[in-house]
Design a protein around this ligand. Structure first.
Ligand SMILES: Cc1ncc(COP(=O)(O)OP(=O)(O)O)c(N)n1
Ligand SMILES: Cc1ncsc1CCOP(=O)(O)O
Ligand SMILES: [Mg+2]
Length: 546
């Protein structure tokens, strides 16, 4: 398979509905009543411009319960803005209790479906699920040799989550010998990885690494061993291996019975992201985040009476807590220059919150927090909504201080809370996994709790004395060092930091310390953009030195 290159046309924000409209314009709009000439329906003016639609072909089995298989694949691709065609390899009778029956589709007819789609429809990525016989695996390999695609994602479905066998030993050999060498990524769970390697036992992360390495030797370009079934683990940890580096991808373990179809969905999301132009690691990260969010938003849904229910792939259509536009993985490097607003200071200098935020971004702030202690709720919300627009158009995350309600209503990227605010785990419950949560911590115990509660970063201070926050003990460099050394989360230093001392903070070179958060050094000044720019260059110089 060729390596996946982002097609330039797809690097722009992808709007599937617009793409669909351009490819399949409706010729005329039929009026219900005879309109006046001015209102007469016009032929839609459609630019004669080919608009590619990222295309995934899933080659998998049908799940009558629609939680997994072809049905999950189509929903996952649709949710991520990719078109999904489907070649059905088997029809299963299945529900939330288990698999009651399997009918494999004859090999020749699988071949015919493959020919129909691949010869005509410009498929970008092929994703495989249940391949019930060695013959079907061979037919697929032949078709892929004849009609090459940009990437092949192989989810080696062998046993359903309910424990039912979905493909036999001869299929296993053909997988290993013929399909894996063609794959860009193979995504076994622990049971499948164990089966592929002759029933070895996989009990630890180190076992998962060894398994990833052994599967890599069978020929795929990348391997993802999924640890969702790993006993006694609080996180959902997957191991990614690209032949050079092992990367542990950690996610929240969502407590829910609705996990049927997570494997199919993850692989389909990887395929959709690759079809949209993502690199492999980025595709895997985005896919993992999507599954985590979907499980979170579906955790209380009830369909069926069995032990494993389906989840809602299209949760973003109905959840007010989650909008796809704000789904991004938190990048700890964003903490580099954290601008925290103060309504009193901005009023004093005669500027609005919006103008203050624009100026901080212009000067190079990498993340913004609205800390509006004296602003009325209505005014705060309006400002927050405007700042969300400003920040999103610049790719700078926007957090709200203390007010989870304002963050939800404005669809901000997250919330920062302190030790006397709402506990971080409650904030996580309300915001879901896609949002950023910061917690103020002065001790290692508080830092440990913030990590357990599902926070993304901690703010540690006051490092120096400050008049911006009353009754706030000063920790000094030693206090900051103690917290940074203990923290499992990235840290941003705060309190009395300005152009005169910011360099000395970064030059400490403390582990986990990612940047500084400042209020008065930016906002209690005449020109916010200038102050931000000069603080940024001081930080950059200090980082080069340390
Ligand atoms: C980045 C960052 N760190 C610490 C704080 C302080 O939060 P908190 O302790 O809740 O105090 P208030 O800001 O609410 O007065 C922060 N806001 N940001
Ligand atoms: C909010 C906060 N939390 C700890 S110190 C502080 C105030 C920081 O303000 P300044 O940057 O003006 O010292
Ligand atoms: Mg607070």
């Amino acid at each position: 398979m060729a390596s996946v290159q982002p097609p330039p046309a797809l690097l722009a924000p992808h709007r599937p509905s617009t793409a669909a409209a351009l490819r399949f314009p409706s010729p005329t709009v039929s009026p219900r009543v005879s309109p006046s000439p001015a209102a007469r329906p016009r032929r839609l003016a459609v630019a004669a411009r080919a608009m590619p639609w990222p295309h995934v072909l899933t080659v998998a089995g049908s799940d009558s319960g629609a939680g997994a298989g072809i049905q999950a694949d189509i929903k996952a691709c649709a949710a991520l803005g990719a078109y999904c065609s489907s070649v059905i390899t088997a029809v299963t009778a299945q529900n939330t209790v288990g698999v009651q029956g399997v009918h494999a589709v004859p090999e020749e007819f699988v071949g015919e479906q493959l020919r129909s789609v691949l010869s005509d429809m410009s498929v970008d990525v092929v994703k495989t699920g249940m391949l019930p016989s060695a013959g079907i695996v061979k037919v697929l390999c032949e078709s892929l040799r004849k009609f090459p695609v940009k990437a092949l994602v192989v989810d080696p479905v062998m046993v359903s989550t309910s424990g039912d066998t979905l493909s036999g030993p001869s299929t296993l050999t053909t997988y290993r010998d013929e399909l894996f060498p063609m794959a860009d990524i193979v995504t076994p769970n622990i049971k499948e990885a164990s089966k592929l390697l002759g029933d070895v036992s996989l009990l630890t992360i180190s076992d998962m690494r060894s398994a990833a390495e052994s599967i890599f030797k069978l020929g795929p370009k990348n391997v993802l061993v999924k640890g969702g079934d790993m006993p006694d683990s609080t996180d959902a940890i997957d191991v990614f291996f690209d032949g050079k580096e092992f990367i542990e991808l950690r996610g929240l373990r969502i407590k829910t019975r609705n996990t049927h179809g997570t494997g199919c969905t993850l692989a389909s999301c990887i395929a959709a992201e690759l079809a949209k132009g993502a690199t492999m690691l980025r595709a895997v990260e985005a896919a993992k985040k999507f599954v985590e969010s979907a499980l979170y938003h579906s955790k209380d849904l009830v369909i069926g009476n069995g032990p494993q229910g389906p989840f809602d792939h299209l949760f973003s259509l109905k959840s007010p807590l989650y909008k796809m536009g704000s789904l991004h993985k938190f990048n700890p490097d964003d903490l580099f220059l954290y601008a925290v607003t103060d309504s009193g200071m901005n009023k004093k200098w005669g500027r609005s919150i919006e103008d203050a935020v624009k100026a901080a971004i212009e000067g190079g702030a990498t993340i913004v927090q609205l800390r509006e202690k004296d602003t009325e709720t209505r005014e705060f919300l309006e400002a927050a909504k405007a700042c969300v627009e400003i920040c999103r158009s610049s790719g700078v995350p926007l957090l709200i201080n203390d007010r989870v309600d304002v963050a939800l209503a404005s669809n901000a990227d997250g919330v920062h809370v302190g030790q006397s605010d709402m506990p971080a785990w409650e904030v996580r419950e309300l915001l879901g996994p896609g949002k950023i949560i910061g917690v103020s911590c002065k001790t290692p115990a508080q830092a440990e709790q913030a990590w357990k509660d599902g926070a993304d970063y901690i703010g540690c201070g006051g490092v120096f004395p400050t008049t911006t926050k009353a009754n706030n003990p000063t920790l000094g460099f030693e206090g900051l060092r103690t917290v940074c050394l203990a923290s499992k989360l990235p840290v941003v230093a705060i309190g009395g930091i300005n152009a005169g001392n910011a360099g000395s903070v970064m030059e400490l070179g403390l582990p986990n310390l990612k940047g500084v958060a400042v209020v008065s050094a930016l906002f209690n000044q005449e020109c916010v953009a200038t102050e931000t720019r000069s603080l940024r260059s001081i930080l950059m110089n200090a980082c080069c030195r340390s």
